[in-house]
Ligand binder design. Structure first.
Ligand code: PRP
Length: 208
C-alpha cells in the first residue's frame, strides 16, 4: 500500500489558492496545472530507463531514455485539467480517456465514455483526477484498467478525503496514490470538506 502526500512549500501555497472560493476559473486552471506537474514529478520517480548514447556538438555523451510505455488516463471531465502539464513532462505518453460522473443523488460513479485499446496495455497508467472523494470513481477506473491488464497503476489527485484513499487501498492495495493534500471529512453530499468545491465546475467555469 502506498500513499504519498507531496509535502512541498509550493504545493501547500498553490493548494491554498486553489481552495479559495475567490479564485476565478482562469487562475484555478493554472493552479491545477502547477500542482499536476509537481504530482507527476513525484509519481514518475520510479520509471525505468535504458542507457543510450547521444552525439553532442562536441563528442558522445551517455544518457538515458524512458524504457516504459506510459498511459495517462484522465477521468472526464475534471481530469482533463491535468493532462497537458503531465504530457509536457512525458511527451511520449499515450492518453486514454474514461468518462465517469458521480450521480448527484447516490454519489456513485456512472460510466459514459471509454476509449481504451483492446490489447497491448501500457506498462504504467497514471490516472488523473483532481478529486478523490468517496473513491468510487477511482475504484471504477482502476477496475477497468485491471481488466485491461495494466501492470502498474498510479492515481494522481490534487485533493483527497481520507475515506477515498482508504477505499482505493482496501480494494486495490497495489495502487500507488499521490496527492497534494488529504482532508478528513466528507459532508452529507459526499463533498470533501474543507475541500475546494467542485473541481470540474471550477476548471470549466460551469458553476452556474
Ligand atoms: C468528481 C471528481 C471525481 C469524482 C470524485 O467528478 O472529479 O471524478 O467526482 O468523487 P468520488 O471519489 O466520490 O467518486 P464529477 O462527478 O463531479 O464529474 P466532473 O469531472 O464531470 O465534474
Amino acid at each position: 500500500m502506498s500513499t504519498m502526500i507531496v509535502d512541498h512549500p509550493l504545493v501547500r501555497c498553490h493548494l491554498t489558492r486553489l481552495r479559495d472560493v475567490a479564485t476565478e476559473p482562469a487562475e484555478f486552471r493554472i493552479l491545477v496545472q502547477r500542482l499536476a506537474t509537481l504530482l507527476a514529478y513525484e509519481a514518475t520517480q520510479d520509471l525505468r530507463t535504458a542507457s543510450c548514447t547521444v552525439q553532442t556538438p562536441l563528442t558522445q555523451a551517455s544518457g538515458e531514455r524512458l524504457a516504459e510505455r506510459i498511459g495517462l488516463v484522465p477521468i472526464l471531465r475534471a481530469g482533463l485539467g491535468l493532462v497537458d502539464p503531465v504530457l509536457n513532462l512525458i511527451p511520449s505518453a499515450e492518453v486514454w480517456h474514461l468518462g465517469l460522473y458521480r450521480d448527484e443523488a447516490t454519489a456513485t460513479p456512472v460510466r459514459y465514455y471509454e476509449k481504451l485499446p483492446r490489447s497491448q496495455p501500457v506498462d504504467v497508467a497514471l490516472i488523473l483526477d483532481p478529486m478523490l472523494a468517496t473513491g468510487g470513481s477511482a475504484v471504477a477506473a482502476i477496475e477497468r484498467l485491471r481488466q485491461w491488464q495494466v501492470p502498474r497503476i498510479k492515481l494522481l489527485s490534487v485533493l483527497a478525503a481520507r475515506a477515498g484513499i482508504d477505499r482505493v487501498l482496501t480494494q486495490y492495495p497495489q495502487t500507488q496514490i499521490y496527492v497534494c493534500g488529504v482532508d478528513a471529512e466528507l459532508n452529507d453530499r459526499k463533498f470533501i470538506v474543507p475541500g475546494l468545491g467542485d473541481a470540474g465546475d471550477r476548471i470549466f467555469n460551469t458553476q452556474g
